[in-house]
Design a protein around this ligand. Structure first.
Ligand code: NAD
Length: 261
């Protein structure tokens, strides 16, 4: 538990499923005031609010599409109107789809970039502007991926968006460090969430993924949520402009594991 998170106002985008859901729930368990942004699944958000309240936390929900500037502004304003301030912004929402790059349409490219990268830009900008104005030494946590450094054929738009998140976050960290605002990335490897449901339900595909993970297991959303609360807490007060990889060692050149090469 991180005592200093109690009462902190936290926005989590794309929080009705997967990593966002686990992160929102964990902040609730830390007794933060959680603003759950959902895109389509209102029912799942209600379920999550129930779970957070049961754990003694507070939560509210707001619909919004992070690829739309006015929606991101609306989400942040809702948090401020509801809970009076904003301390932590978790820009989590993201999408991916598999397309060979020679067939990748501009429409698909724009959709992924506007959700994954532009959504995080606007979410970070709006949160930082509020924090600056009110002298809040807040924390911005941007959901990247191991694909911010590992190239991924058939997912060029996704990999480009995550690489962009890395450089955007590092730049913002540098720019706002003098104000005590910290900006960091989380970079999960292969985690058991709906985004991977199809892949992990196929035993052969799952086996191939496991070969790339030195710890030899698929991660759980709670293992990413644990990193998110730590990054937001005082325990990480000297951490900014960095990426915390939560990947079972995937970025550690697993093909060299046998000592050859
Ligand atoms: P997920 O599909 O369960 O979660 C994505 C969430 O984003 C969903 O709740 C969805 O409704 C929401 N969303 C999609 N488009 C949106 C929009 N325009 N506006 C607002 N919300 C929107 O999958 P997940 O694994 O929980 O993914 C969460 C984040 O983690 C993504 O950014 C993803 O790239 C990243 N990530 C996941 C993994 C993994 O293995 N699961 C690995 C690396 C990075």
């Amino acid at each position: 538990m991180f005592k200093d998170l109690e009462g902190k106002v936290v926005v989590v985008t794309g929080a009705s499923s997967g990593l966002g859901r686990a992160i929102a729930k964990r902040f609730g368990q830390e007794k933060a005031k959680v603003v759950i942004n959902y895109y389509k699944n209102e029912g799942k958000s209600d379920e999550l609010i129930g779970e957070i309240k049961e754990a003694g936390g507070e939560a509210v929900k707001i619909q919004g599409d992070v690829s739309k500037e006015e929606d991101v502004k609306k989400i942040i304003q809702f948090a401020i109107d509801t809970y009076g301030t904003l301390d932590v912004m978790v820009n989590n929402a993201g999408i991916q789809n598999e397309v060979p790059s020679e067939e990748l349409s501009l429409e698909d490219w724009n959709k992924v970039i506007s959700t994954n990268l532009t959504g995080i830009f606007v979410g970070s900008r709006e949160a930082i502007a509020y924090m600056l104005k009110h002298d809040i030494k807040g924390s911005i946590i941007n959901m990247s991926s191991v694909h911010q450094i590992i190239p991924w054929p058939h997912f060029a738009h996704y990999a480009a968006s995550k690489g962009g998140i890395k450089m955007l976050s590092e730049t913002l960290a540098l720019e706002f460090a003098p104000h005590g605002i910290r900006v960091n990335c989380l970079a999960p490897g292969a985690i058991n969430t709906p985004i991977n449901k199809e892949k992990f339900s196929d035993p052969a595909a799952k086996k191939e993924v496991l070969k790339m993970i030195p710890l030899n297991k698929i991660g759980e959303p709670e293992e990413v949520a644990a990193a998110a609360v730590w990054l937001a807490s005082k325990e990480a007060s000297y951490v900014t402009g960095t990426t915390l990889y939560i990947d079972g060692g995937m970025t550690n050149y697993p093909s060299f594991q046998a000592g050859k090469g």
